[in-house]
Unconditional design. Structure first.
Length: 187
């Protein structure tokens, strides 16, 4: 079973172990570790490697989960300003600020590097899709003409992440321009 589908209890020993594992992965990625393996992560986290093998089917799955946790926040809600343009602008600029932080850049690049093949889903994408869908739903209820959630992902979110992965410039004006561009598609 993929790790991102697993549900863990917050707090307690399980929470401490998970935090230690996530911290270890973050440190290894931040140090530019050449080879990240379950035994290396376990040693750094102070846990038995079987703890890792039981929960994740591969190091790549663990890297993806840690990256998703670093790049999104549980319970993070989409802005609700009363205007789709303002919602998307606020959302895109928050994403741009967050993913351009050095530690986020490392996680994002590590997540991309961990992908050996095409996968059916990605926790970061699914979180962002849910947020975009919520903003679109509210805008439609207000009678606004809207792009689809997929258009928002393809024309706002994806370019932001692409620019970070390939070390291209990302600033708040770029994020705002992406929002204007996707809204112009449905005007």
């Amino acid at each position: 079973m993929p790790s991102h589908a697993a549900v863990s209890r917050p707090g307690g020993r399980s929470g401490r172990v998970l935090a230690a594992i996530y911290t270890s992965v973050g440190e290894l990625v931040g140090e530019g570790a050449e080879k990240i393996t379950f035994p290396v992560i376990a040693e750094r986290a102070g846990v038995n490697p079987t703890t890792l093998y039981r929960r994740w089917d591969s190091v790549n799955a663990l890297l993806e989960e840690v990256a998703a946790a670093a790049l999104t926040r549980d319970g993070e809600s989409a802005p609700d300003t009363g205007s789709l343009e303002q919602d998307l602008t606020e959302w895109a600029t928050v994403i741009a600020r967050d993913i351009t932080r050095p530690e986020r850049v490392r996680y994002l690049r590590a997540m991309v590097a961990a992908r050996a093949e095409t996968v059916a889903d990605c926790p970061v994408t699914e979180t962002r899709r849910g947020q975009a869908s919520e903003m679109v739903r509210r805008a439609r209820e207000r009678g606004e003409t809207t792009p689809t959630a997929s258009q928002i992902l393809d024309h706002v979110v994806a370019p932001l992440y692409y620019h970070v992965v390939f070390a291209l410039p990302v600033d708040l004006e770029y994020a705002r321009r992406l929002v204007r561009d996707v809204l112009a598609m449905v005007a």
